[in-house]
Write a protein that binds this ligand. Structure first.
Ligand SMILES: N[C@@H](CCC(=O)N[C@@H](CS)C(=O)NCC(=O)O)C(=O)O
Length: 218
């Protein structure tokens, strides 16, 4: 195995945002490598060898270890740093619960808004025009789930044990885009307050190492 500096392959989109924010928050020893999605760099054989899904982010740890899935990359970076962003014991189980819930019940729907109002305009017609009906349907599915999170946050500052963890970085990932993506965040004041608190972190506000193209800006 060749020892090398870890490389974090990213684009300025929502899933890499999690990995970049945690890398920046932890001041992790990674080299950021920008992947140009509109040029299809993520579908080239050399990239597919690191991540057969052809998606970003990917963390290349060594010649024979590449980690894909943003949540797993955050967990790896937290463990690497010995950080409480990934706590031990029961709190780790709680983190896993929120990661799973976020993917299945929260970001699944807010991600539809992000796709309609951020990704489609950015992709310049490759996915067609924004579909407001699809976003409205996503909001409908999202509201009962958002109500669960809003209630959870009514007596807490963060999702788990009242300390910042990777669960916060994960579940909140679409919220920087709430206005642009027309996510009805105003209906859930505790979620909005929680996100305001995350916005106090420079690593959350500006997770990417280079300027973000206007179309992808939060
Ligand atoms: N579940 C994956 C999703 C990764 C993902 O879909 N990334 C998007 C950018 S946000 C991507 O690479 N899209 C390009 C494609 O699917 O071709 C993760 O959490 O890392």
């Amino acid at each position: 195995m060749t020892v090398m500096k870890m490389k974090l392959y990213y684009a300025e989109t929502m899933n890499p945002r999690k990995a970049c924010a945690v890398a920046k928050y932890l001041n992790a020893p990674v080299e950021f490598v920008r992947v140009e999605l509109l040029k299809g760099e993520h579908k080239r054989p050399e990239y597919l060898a690191k991540n057969p899904n052809g998606r970003v982010p990917t963390l290349e740890v060594s010649d024979d270890l590449s980690i894909w899935e943003a949540d797993a990359i955050m967990a790896y970076l937290a463990r690497f740093a010995g950080s409480d962003l990934l706590p031990e014991g029961d709190r780790q189980v709680e983190v896993m619960r929120w990661l799973s819930w976020g993917a299945q019940h929260f970001t699944r729907h807010t991600g539809q808004h992000y796709f309609e109002y951020v990704i489609k305009p950015w992709a310049g017609g490759a996915f067609g025009p924004a579909n407001p009906a699809a976003a409205e349907e996503a909001s409908k599915q999202w509201r009962p789930n958002a109500a669960v999170l809003d209630e959870h946050l009514s007596s807490r500052s963060y999702l788990v044990g009242d300390r910042l963890t990777i669960a916060d970085f994960s579940v909140a990932v679409t919220l920087p885009y709430a206005k642009k993506a027309k996510i009805p965040l105003d209906e859930f004041p505790n979620i909005a307050r929680w996100h305001d608190r995350l916005n106090e972190l420079p690593a959350w506000r500006e997770p990417f190492p280079a300027p973000v193209p206007d179309a992808l800006a939060a």
